[in-house]
Write a protein that binds this ligand. Structure first.
Ligand code: PEP
Ligand code: CO
Length: 436
């Protein structure tokens, strides 16, 4: 891929010597928490950009991403009454798998944009040339982003009293969404009460947050993989959690071979063509010892297909004694093109989520996580939601470098929706029926 292979190898060799971004202790703590999630005692919120841009390594952009994830997690905790594990698609999500190697515009064809770690989004032949210097810029951008996230969390950013966390102006006073305001009021009230018992303030200050990205560029991932002192376990210390994508998880492929060798908790994207047999074979390779908390299965099946494709997978895994964290990515199976623009409809995203909860419940399993492409900004990339965005709105603020993301209001709306589902799941069966 690189014209100058020696320059690529030299960049990788330098990254190999740089310090880790995360620690084995943090990774093992996440694994333990995910083991709880697999048992239904915790819930996982994973989200962030489809592809991070180097230009997003900026103060305000990081603040807004952290804020939306924290707010959503608070709403989820309220409904679930269990701790929520927060995992950002952040501080390293700089590489994209592409279905097409080239992109056409008005008769001109250029190599596809493959993430800031490889080339640039700008529409010019020069920008699309893979540049190995970007790999180091990726490392330092991830380091700066993560450093700021840690500083914000340590410095009390997550203090729940802050009124700006609760600006819910986008929710109408009446109609089907009015209940969301009531939930927000109740959460605020609970926080007031807890904070008046000053002993709890510290708990709010010390909020945990984990990083993740797709493990796509193997030389880079290997350069960040280090052996733990004292034994032969290897950890990817570039992120707490990595997932293997739908396009690269071939049973005899290099990506699966790499993932097999790291001790981090890992995600596997599961698309609609996955058969129960092939999934079980893959899990036997990736997790032969059934280690608790090791595996998260992130299904991305599409609103129309999930009713047929998810039940056989859940049943087969149950029969095989597998207990992964089941997560639902309602984004990647619901991408459409409207007037030449890639988008997703809020109602499809909500529909796949609701189906995932229902199917797991019906199969005696449980959905313990959700995975979104989202942003804290007021972009117009996905249709619908409380602002009722239409195809004409897509032009207004379409900022993503790759796939369309839920904006701030759509993300909060989804959080309230999931919170309601989780709350009804806690009640005796039957009670939830009238809500849908
Ligand atoms: C992604 O999560 O951005 C992605 C490319 O997903 P998938 O591998 O499921 O298509
Ligand atoms: Co994507």
């Amino acid at each position: 891929m690189y014209a100058d292979a020696a320059a690529h190898d030299a960049a990788i060799a330098r990254i190999r010597k740089l310090p880790p971004l995360v620690s084995v202790g943090e990774i093992e703590s996440l694994k333990g928490q995910l083991a709880d999630a697999a048992e239904g005692h915790r819930f996982v919120l994973q989200g962030g950009d489809c592809t991070e841009r180097f230009r997003d390594c900026a103060g305000l952009a990081v603040v807004s991403k952290l804020k939306i994830l924290l707010q959503m997690s608070l709403v989820l905790t309220y409904g679930a009454r269990r701790p929520v594990i927060r995992i950002g698609r952040i501080a390293g999500q700089f590489a994209k798998p592409r279905s097409q190697y080239s992109e056409e515009r008005e008769g001109v064809s250029l190599p596809a944009y493959r993430g800031d770690n490889i080339n640039d989004l700008e529409w010019s032949a020069r920008a699309r040339i893979p540049d190995p210097a970007r790999l180091e810029r990726g490392y330092f951008s991830a380091a700066a982003t993560l450093n700021f996230v840690r500083a914000l969390l340590e410095g009390g950013f997550a203090s729940l009293r802050s009124p700006e966390h609760w600006k819910l102006d986008f929710i109408p006073d009446s109609g089907e969404h009015a209940g969301y305001r009531e939930i927000a009021d109740r959460i605020r009230d609970a926080i007031d009460y807890l904070e008046s018992l000053s002993a709890t303030t510290d708990n709010f200050r010390r909020i945990e947050f984990f990083t993740s990205h797709e493990g796509l560029l193997l030389p880079l991932e290997e350069a960040l993989t280090r052996q733990r002192t004292g034994d032969d376990r290897h950890y990817n210390l570039g992120a707490h959690f990595l997932w293997v994508g739908e396009r690269t998880r071939h049973i005899d492929g290099a990506h699966v071979e790499y993932f097999r060798g790291i001790a981090n908790p890992i995600g596997v994207k599961v698309g609609g063509t996955t058969t129960p047999e092939s999934l079980l074979r893959l899990l036997d390779i990736l997790d032969p010892s059934h280690e608790p908390g090791r595996l998260m299965l992130i299904t991305r099946l599409g609103a129309g297909a999930i009713a047929d494709t998810l039940p056989p997978l859940v049943r087969a895994l149950k029969a095989a004694g597998r207990k992964p964290v089941w997560s639902c990515d309602p984004m990647h199976g619901n991408t459409t093109v409207v007037d030449g623009t890639k988008t997703r409809a809020f109602e499809d995203i909500a529909s796949e989520l609701k189906s995932a909860f229902q199917i797991h419940r019906a199969e005696g399993s449980h959905l313990s996580g959700v995975h979104f492409e989202l942003t804290g900004e007021n972009v117009t990339e996905c249709l619908g939601g409380v602002q009722n965005l239409s195809p004409a709105d897509l032009r207004r603020s379409y900022e993503t470098g790759c796939d369309p993301r839920l904006n701030y209001a759509q993300s909060m709306e989804i959080a309230f929706l999931i919170s309601n589902i989780l709350a009804t799941e806690r009640r005796p069966s039957g009670v939830h029926q009238h809500l849908w």
